[in-house]
Unconditional design. Structure first.
Length: 410
């Protein structure tokens, strides 16, 4: 009996030792993976800081010129005009109005508000570059190239047209905006919203729905154009994806309520504010034909690079949720710009305020296409698409020079 007991105890101790060894090995491997992940995250920090620093420094002269310099931009409307001694600021529907009005109410002068505008917008451009870098550098060992692309994306513009080369912006759809503060402020939030929406469509869950809802409402509070274009695409797609995963109808309805409830409340409030001083109408191509002699050419000059990448690398897009979402939202925003306008009696018909959504959405199309394109090997099709990207970049640098030199954004 004692011998059998001894054998049992020996076997028990042996199994325990093996189990502990196995758990220790698993722990070591997990710690190794966590350590590698932490090192990878840490290695990105200097590159992110570099991208942010470069974009912040470059943005300062552009925003100074448009705020305290020649003021040829929308900044005087949004932050008050030092040249005309005007403190009446718009847009009333944006949280920016409360910020600027509050600054003046506390006794801030034009110079203080102007520098706040310059620094705030420069920070947002830097944040946009950092967020784009995070996406571009994902699963990439080399960080220099994603950093350069993130900086380049901050400048890309429609390719210079042949009917009036000075009008890089006017009449085209610009993925980069320098003259409109609400568009600049909303871009970092929109990039986060786009990423959250992509995750929600890939893996519907309450957590993803809540995050998407919060970001969508926040983007609308700053500038509603992207949210208005996103919702008609996101909601039906989310429902289809959720049903295919076996989610119950009651739970899907709850998720939809979470996603659209807060943002619809924001949009309703903004609608009530807007209808107090403007009105909307259906006017197919009414606005676009006023600012461009050839809307189709303007469109192709605006989307040349992403269209080329989408066609030349079409095998790369199967199952790519971000790619499909970016193009779908851009298409929705483009249709809004083509069809809708403000009534002529308001004096805002030519303002093309429905164009903002298409420009914001186009930046995400550029970002998504660039993310896949710059991971490809050198080939003839790579050179063709790269040539178009460099044309967009050259046009954007020329446009940026015009702004910094005081020639204006048009």
């Amino acid at each position: 009996m004692s011998g059998r007991l001894l054998l049992r105890r020996t076997a028990c101790y042996t199994c325990t030792a093996i189990l502990r060894g196995s758990l220790a090995a698993r722990g070591a491997r997990a710690a190794g993976r966590a350590g590698a992940a932490d090192m990878k995250v840490a290695s990105r920090v200097p590159a992110k800081v570099l991208v942010a620093t470069v974009l912040f420094a470059i943005s300062l002269p552009a925003f100074y010129q448009q705020t305290l310099g020649t003021a040829k931009s929308d900044f005087p409307l949004h932050f008050g005009n030092v040249l005309t001694d005007t403190r009446s600021v718009t847009p009333y529907y944006s949280i920016l109005w409360f910020l600027v009005t509050g600054l003046y109410w506390t006794g801030a002068n034009y110079l203080t508000v102007g520098w706040i505008a310059i620094v705030l917008c420069s920070v947002c451009v830097a944040l946009k570059g950092m967020l784009s870098f995070d996406i571009l550098s994902n699963d990439s060992e080399r960080l220099a190239l994603p950093a350069c692309i993130a900086i380049a994306l901050a400048f890309v513009m429609p390719i210079v047209n042949w009917w009036n080369y000075k009008f890089v912006y006017l009449g085209q759809i610009a993925p980069t905006i320098w003259h409109n503060s609400t568009t600049i402020l909303v871009m970092p939030v929109v990039i986060l919203l786009f990423s959250a929406s992509s995750r929600s469509l890939g893996a519907p869950s309450t957590r993803n729905a809540v995050l998407t809802s919060a970001l969508c409402a926040l983007s609308a509070i700053i500038k509603p154009n992207y949210a208005i274009a996103l919702l008609p695409v996101l909601v039906p797609w989310y429902c289809c994806t959720a049903f295919t995963t076996g989610m119950s109808a009651q739970r899907v309805a709850g998720h939809v309520a979470i996603v659209i409830g807060p943002v619809m409340g924001v949009l309703l409030g903004q609608w009530l504010v807007l209808t107090s001083y403007t009105a909307f109408t259906i006017a197919p191509f009414g606005v676009w034909t006023l600012i461009s002699p050839n809307p189709l050419a303007s469109l192709m000059l605006s989307v040349a690079f992403p269209v080329a990448v989408s066609i030349l690398y079409r095998e790369r897009w199967r199952g790519n949720v971000a790619f499909i979402l970016a193009w779908a939202v851009f298409a929705a925003a483009l249709m809004e710009f083509i069809l809708l306008a403000e009534e002529e009696w308001t004096g805002r018909f030519q303002a093309a305020n429905f164009l903002w959504g298409a420009g914001i959405a186009l930046y995400l199309v550029f970002q998504t296409c660039a993310d896949t394109f710059f991971r490809q090997a050198m080939s003839i099709r790579f050179v063709l698409a790269l040539t178009l990207f460099l044309a967009h970049l050259a046009s954007g640098i020329y446009y940026f020079w015009r702004i910094v030199s005081g020639l204006g954004f048009r």
